[in-house]
Design a protein around this ligand. Structure first.
Ligand code: ZN
Length: 320
């Protein structure tokens, strides 16, 4: 791996990983994700080790149609997902739920729309998907990414409340939650006890806090832990492998550890690089089975510091 690519992958947003990978010749592996059936008719599509999909996605097959959760980072990965769905069922793809606006979850939306899906998202996603994604990718954004973002489809159905989608007799509960971006949805399949969390949950990987509120985020994760029958619920995270209640608790503990360590460092008068250098080894020691790069940790500390200081920039809701 060349240095430029390693630097890109080192950035907190996993979007960069796929961005770098997409410039390479196609891998020989058949799919950019691993498809895992987690319950009857419920599938998790877990991003592969090369991050060619950029995030996780999934889908639910009901009596009369299919609902998809998120569309990966790029059209190739989304088209591969559409092909897998068509291989498994003749039922039409009816709905796509975007858990939030980030490009690694919406980049393939057009492929799902082309396959017939109505795009459902939080109302803020409509105002953010073509604007805030430019900010998300930062100053190193390429002309190719700018064009991809400008061409993203806008959601067809938006909500800032909970809603129920029926796939025939199969009930899907879409919930509005707080924490990752200010426009987040989760997707719950009650009969299968499967919760697609979007980026409200990451498994053993530092989350991208760029738009987040750790205060709200940890409260939402506590709500997950208090769901009826949480111990028997399958959690499909936005990044990382299929998770269980213990993983939710571990993730929430990571966020609380980050906040506590940053608070301690701030009280000791530490700022900037010194704060990151003080917090990073402690955070790694508390979570030895996580993959935490120094660069990712430094970004986590910076965003947490901004939240604690009350100076954090978060996306602003736009009028319809
Ligand atoms: Zn995200």
């Amino acid at each position: 791996m060349d240095r430029a690519k390693r630097n890109l992958i080192g950035l907190t947003a996993l979007v960069w990983a796929t961005g770098a990978a997409s410039a390479e010749p196609h891998s020989t592996s058949p799919l950019p994700f691993a498809l895992k059936q987690v319950a009857p008719g419920v599938y998790a599509a877990i991003d592969g080790p090369q991050h060619r999909a950029g995030s996780n996605a999934g889908f639910v097959i009901g009596d009369d149609g299919v609902l998809v959760v998120d569309s990966f980072f790029n059209l190739d990965a989304a088209r591969a997902l559409v092909a897998e769905i068509h291989r498994l069922t003749p039922k039409p793809i009816r709905d796509l739920v975007n858990t939030h606006y980030h490009l690694d979850h919406t980049g393939g939306d057009q492929a799902l729309r082309d396959a017939g899906a109505v795009i459902i998202a939080h109302r803020n996603v409509r105002g953010w998907v073509r604007t805030e994604n430019v900010h998300l990718l930062g100053p190193q954004i390429t002309a190719e990414f700018k064009a991809q973002i400008a061409a993203l489809p806008l959601p067809d159905v938006t909500t800032d409340k909970d809603l129920t989608v029926w796939l025939g007799s199969r009930k899907i509960v879409v919930r509005t939650v707080l924490g990752h971006t200010g426009g987040d949805l989760t997707v719950f399949v009650p009969d299968a006890k499967v919760l697609f969390t979007g980026d409200m949950l990451w498994r053993k990987i530092p989350p991208n806090l760029i738009d987040g509120s750790v205060k709200e985020w940890t409260a939402t994760d506590a709500d997950f832990e208090h769901m009826p029958d949480a111990a028997h619920t399958i959690f499909v995270p936005g990044h990382g492998d299929v998770a269980n209640l213990k993983d939710v608790d571990d993730f929430r503990a990571y966020l609380l550890d980050l906040r506590r360590l940053v608070t301690d460092g701030r009280k000791a008068g530490l700022k900037g690089d010194a704060l990151a250098q003080a917090v990073t080894p402690k955070l790694k020691a508390l979570h030895p089975d996580w993959t935490i790069s120094d660069r990712a940790a430094a970004a986590e500390v910076r965003y947490m510091d901004e939240e604690s200081a009350g100076t954090k920039r978060r996306p602003m809701p736009q009028p319809d």
